[in-house]
Design a protein around this ligand. Structure first.
Ligand code: S3P
Length: 428
C-alpha cells in the first residue's frame, strides 16, 4: 500500500469502522454452546473471523447469512472434522478453540499461517495438559500445528500469571464442558467471555480477579446480538484526527468497555481532545467517540493497565512520535508475541521514518520528532500496517505486506479514501 500526505483536514463521521473482532470470534464460537440458533448482526466479515465461522461449520454448525444477520444453528454434538481447522492469522481463534476442543469427544488439528504457527501456545497447552488434556504439537505443543484428543477434566483451580483474555477464555471453555473451575488473573483482562457466558445463562461469578465457573448442565441460551464496532480499529482514525491539523471526526457505534478504551485515555493524558458519548448499554457500553486535532500533544509514561491497550500500542507509538517530548511504554513484554514482535517492528519502522525511538525489553521510548517517508514492512501484522498508514497521512508511506489489513479491517483503505487520502492499495 502506498499512502500520500493528506493535504486537507479530516472532517467526517465514520460509521463503518470494522465490527469488534474479539466479540465476533466469541459470537461464532459460543453459538456452539447452545442448542438453538444464535443470531448475530454486524458480525466482522474479515479474514480472521470468517476463518472462525468456517471452523464452527466444520464442527457441525449450519450458517445462514442473509447479508444483515448471520444465523448459526449449532450441532447437537460437536462433530469430529476430517480436515485441519485453519485459524489463519488469528491467535484468538486458535487459543479459544484449543480450550473448547480439549474437552470434546474427538480428534482435532488446529493450524494457522506461518506467523500464527510461530506464536506461543504453551500458555494454554501446558495448563490444560497438566490437568489431563491431550494436546500435542510442534516444540512440545508450544506451536501449531496442534493436535487435540478431547477429554474431560476434573474441577480445577488455575492462577494465571499473564493478563490474557485468550488464556482465560480457553480455560473457561474447557472447564465449562468439564467440571468447572476457579480461575484467577493477575489483572483484569478484556472480559467479553465472562459477560457473554453470563448473558447466555452460564453459572459464572467474578469476585475481583477470581472467577468461579460451574460446569454446563444443559445447553446455554443462544445469542441474539448486535456486535458494536471495534475500538482498536477506530483508534487508527482517532490518532489520524489528532495529528492532521484542523481535523474533527466522530467514530460511531464503538464498544466502550473500559478494558478496551485505555489507549484513548492515554491520548487524553497527552492533551488530546476526546469525548465519549454513550448511546446504549446492554451487555456492554456502546457509543460514539469524538476526536479533534490537538496541536499540543505532549509525551507520557505508560506503565499500568497494559492489557487494556495492548492492541493499540503500535498506533499509540505513532501518537508518541507526533507529540512533543519523550514518551515511554513499559510492562508490555506481551507485545513481543503478538501478530509480530510489535516492539521490534514498530521501533525499526519508526527509525526508518527518522524518528528517535528505541526498544526496551518490555516496551519502548519514543522522542517526538518530524517523520519522513519510508518503505516499511508490516511483517504480516495488520496493526503495524494500519499504524504506519496513519503516519503516512503526514509524511507519505510505502507499506509492504499490507494485505494483512484484511484480517481485521477490510474496508480500512476505503475509509482513508473517503477521508480524501490518496491511497494505492494494491498488495505489495
Ligand atoms: C484478545 C485478547 C488479547 C488481544 C487480542 C484479542 C481476545 O490477547 O491482544 O487481539 O479477543 O481475547 P491476549 O489475551 O493474549 O492478551
Amino acid at each position: 500500500m502506498r499512502i500520500y500526505p493528506l493535504e486537507k483536514s479530516l472532517n467526517l463521521t465514520i460509521d463503518d469502522i470494522a465490527a469488534d473482532k474479539s466479540i465476533s470470534h466469541r459470537c461464532a464460537i459460543f453459538s456452539l454452546l447452545s442448542d438453538k440458533p444464535s443470531r448475530i448482526r454486524n458480525y466482522l466479515r474479515a479474514g480472521d473471523t470468517l476463518n472462525t465461522l468456517k471452523i464452527v461449520q466444520l464442527l457441525g454448525a449450519k450458517v445462514e447469512d442473509n447479508g444483515s444477520e448471520i444465523a448459526i444453528m449449532p450441532p447437537q454434538k460437536i462433530k469430529e472434522p476430517n480436515e485441519i481447522l485453519e485459524c489463519g492469522n488469528s491467535g484468538t481463534a486458535m487459543r479459544l478453540f484449543m480450550g473448547l476442543l480439549a474437552a470434546q469427544e474427538g480428534f482435532f488439528v488446529l493450524s494457522g499461517d506461518r506467523y500464527l504457527n510461530s506464536r506461543p501456545m504453551a500458555r494454554i497447552a501446558k495448563p490444560l495438559n497438566d490437568m489431563g488434556a491431550k494436546i500435542d504439537g510442534v516444540n512440545n505443543a508450544n506451536n501449531a500445528p496442534l493436535c487435540i484428543r478431547g477429554s474431560k477434566f476434573e474441577r480445577f483451580s488455575f492462577e494465571g500469571k499473564i493478563a490474557s483474555a485468550q488464556v482465560k477464555s480457553a480455560l473457561l471453555l474447557a472447564a465449562l464442558y468439564s467440571n468447572g473451575c476457579k480461575f484467577s488473573e493477575p489483572e483484569l483482562s478484556r472480559d467479553h467471555t465472562e459477560r457473554m457466558l453470563a448473558g447466555m445463562g452460564a453459572d459464572i461469578k467474578r469476585d475481583d480477579l477470581e472467577i468461579t465457573l460451574e460446569p454446563m448442565k444443559a445447553p446455554l441460551a443462544p445469542l441474539d446480538i448486535d456486535v458494536p464496532n471495534d475500538p482498536s480499529s477506530a483508534f487508527f482514525f482517532a490518532v489520524a484526527a489528532l495529528i492532521i491539523p484542523g481535523s474533527h471526526i466522530i467514530l460511531k457505534n464503538i464498544l466502550l468497555n473500559k478494558t478496551r478504551i485505555e489507549a484513548y485515555k492515554i491520548l487524553e493524558k497527552m492533551g488530546a481532545e476526546i469525548k465519549f458519548h454513550k448511546t446504549s448499554s446492554k451487555y456492554e457500553d456502546i457509543g460514539d467517540i469524538e476526536v479533534r486535532y490537538s496541536p499540543n500533544l505532549k509525551g507520557v509514561e505508560v506503565s499500568e493497565n497494559i492489557s487494556w491497550l495492548i492492541d493499540e500500542a503500535p498506533a499509540l507509538a505513532i501518537a508518541f512520535a507526533c507529540a512533543k517530548g519523550q514518551s515511554k511504554l513499559i510492562n508490555a513484554k506481551e507485545l513481543r508475541v503478538k501478530e509480530s514482535d510489535r516492539i521490534a517492528v514498530t521501533i525499526n519502522a519508526l527509525k526508518q521514518c527518522g524518528v528517535d525511538a528505541s526498544e526496551l525489553e518490555d516496551g519502548f521510548i519514543i522522542n517526538g520528532s518530524e517523520a519522513k517517508f519510508a518503505t516499511i514492512d508490516s511483517h504480516g501484522d495488520h496493526r503495524i500496517a494500519m499504524s504506519f498508514a496513519v503516519l503516512g497521512l503526514k509524511c507519505g508511506m510505502q507499506i509492504e505486506k499490507s494485505e494483512f489489513i484484511a484480517t481485521s479491517f477490510p474496508n480500512f483503505a476505503e475509509i482513508l479514501k473517503k477521508m480524501g487520502a490518496r491511497v494505492e492499495d494494491r498488495a505489495c
